[in-house]
Design a protein around this ligand. Structure first.
Ligand SMILES: Nc1ncnc2c1ncn2[C@@H]1O[C@H](COP(=O)(O)OP(=O)(O)OP(=O)(O)O)[C@@H](O)[C@H]1O
Ligand SMILES: [Mg+2]
Length: 399
């Protein structure tokens, strides 16, 4: 009998290697990030000269190359240290998954002692083993914590990793923290902030010319020769530059445009496919961004989406618009926080979260002006309420 997959092998007319356009691909060349990469190399090279590298904090908007640069530099250091048999151990983890001090330390210790099982052991025991390994191996540990803002007890984690150095000689623990939450740093405990941010690196958004060059590099290896029209590349770069300066958006636009060309049996990827891809990609990016927001911001956004879709706001001001008072959103947010058994933040932080959500384009706000229930802030969703609500309901398990 013929195998079920017989006949499923398809030769793509569009892609040479579609994987290269996927978000998890780490390019070998990272143009326009030479400064940041050199700086990271200069800080981390302390480890190969047998001293402790400073802790580093990398930040910038989404899609500005933070993850790619971090992985690239850490991989290079790992390769180099291994080739010279240097006692340097590198860790990289995304704190969306490793979101507590316990999880981060367990992951490190488990990698240090692969033959032992640390599941279920106390945090103290795990921490002691980390120190033991460093002492016995005179080892330099570099811990890359991507999306570090997701760690729930970050003050405790940073404190533990920093304090380890007080007990170590000829060995050390250094942190490379990464975040796209622009005001996250200001929210840190001052002691945590000064420990983590010994060196800071900013990743600015890319401009259209930079995005065009990044795309050209990528298209050359991912698509068949001549399939993607030059103007389609320029358009994808221009759209991404105008919206966010985000290389992820730019790459995703060409990926989806390529998919559309493939589905429709076209021979070329033109402006038309990029224009169609724009809507798909915008939604994918917004939904992904919502999933990666810290839990408290997700709760604030969810309260707004819920009130909007339940049509609780003032509808008179516009036909389909639903406009909410900041006070009623705060009340709803507190109710939901209680339901998901999370403590709620003060009104001051709540206002701060509203500001950030507005900065990401997820909300629009305006002041009501005097005389309308006193001075109050009016809030409106920037995207489809149903979609936001659905994605957050899956994420937050609120029902
Ligand atoms: N300088 C660059 N050259 C080539 N590709 C790049 C460059 N910068 C970013 N990219 C590409 O853009 C996409 C997003 O980059 P990356 O994941 O590094 O961004 P990020 O800053 O970590 O974003 P986020 O804050 O959302 O995590 C990836 O597909 C990456 O390959
Ligand atoms: Mg990243």
């Amino acid at each position: 009998m013929a195998n079920l997959f017989e006949g499923s092998i398809k030769e793509s007319r569009i892609f040479l290697n579609r994987d290269i356009m996927l978000p998890h691909y780490t390019p070998e060349r990272l143009p326009f990030r030479e400064k940041q990469i050199n700086e990271m190399v200069s800080v981390l090279s302390a480890a190969i000269n047998n001293s402790k590298p400073d802790n580093m904090f990398l930040y910038g908007k989404p899609g500005t190359g933070k993850t790619s640069c971090t992985k690239h530099v850490l991989n290079q250091l790992d390769e180099f240290a291994k080739s010279k048999s240097m006692p340097i151990r590198i860790f990289y983890m995304n704190c969306r998954h490793y979101n507590s001090k316990y999880k981060v330390l367990s992951k490190i210790v488990q990698e240090l002692y692969p033959d032992r099982d640390f599941i279920g052991y106390s945090g103290t025991f795990i921490y002691e083993n980390l120190l033991k390994y460093c002492k016995e191996n005179s080892c330099r540990l570099i811990v890359g914590l991507d999306e570090i803002d997701k760690v729930k007890d970050l003050d405790e984690l940073i404190y533990a990793l920093t304090r380890a150095n007080d007990e170590l000689q000829n060995s050390s623990v250094s942190i490379v923290g990464v975040s796209n939450q622009l005001t996250f740093k200001d929210r840190l405990d001052p002691r945590t902030k000064s420990s983590l941010c010994e060196k800071e690196l900013v990743f600015p958004p890319y401009n259209a010319a930079e995005l065009r060059a990044i795309l050209k590099d990528r298209v050359e290896i991912a698509f068949r020769p001549g399939v993607v029209e030059e103007s389609a590349i320029n358009l994808a770069a221009a759209i991404a530059a105008q919206e966010s300066g985000d290389a992820r958006t730019a790459v995703m636009l060409l990926l989806r445009a390529g998919d559309l060309a493939e589905e429709n049996n076209l021979e070329k990827v033109t402006d038309a496919e990029v224009k169609k891809a724009k809507e798909i990609v915008e939604e994918e990016i917004v939904m992904d961004m919502i999933c990666s927001l810290p839990e408290q911001q997700q709760l604030v956004l969810y309260s707004i989406a819920k009130l909007t879709t339940d049509k609780k706001g003032i509808k008179k001001l516009g036909k389909d618009d639903c406009i909410l008072f900041s006070g009623e959103v705060y009340e709803e947010y507190k109710k939901i926080a209680e339901k998901v058994k999370t403590s709620s933040v003060s009104i001051r932080w709540f206002q701060e979260y509203i500001n950030e959500l507005e900065m990401y384009g997820l909300l629009l706000t305006t002041n009501s002006g005097k005389g309308f229930r006193g001075q109050t802030r009016l809030i409106k969703l920037g995207f489809d309420g149903e979609k936001i609500r659905n994605v957050l309901e899956k994420h937050l398990v609120v029902c």
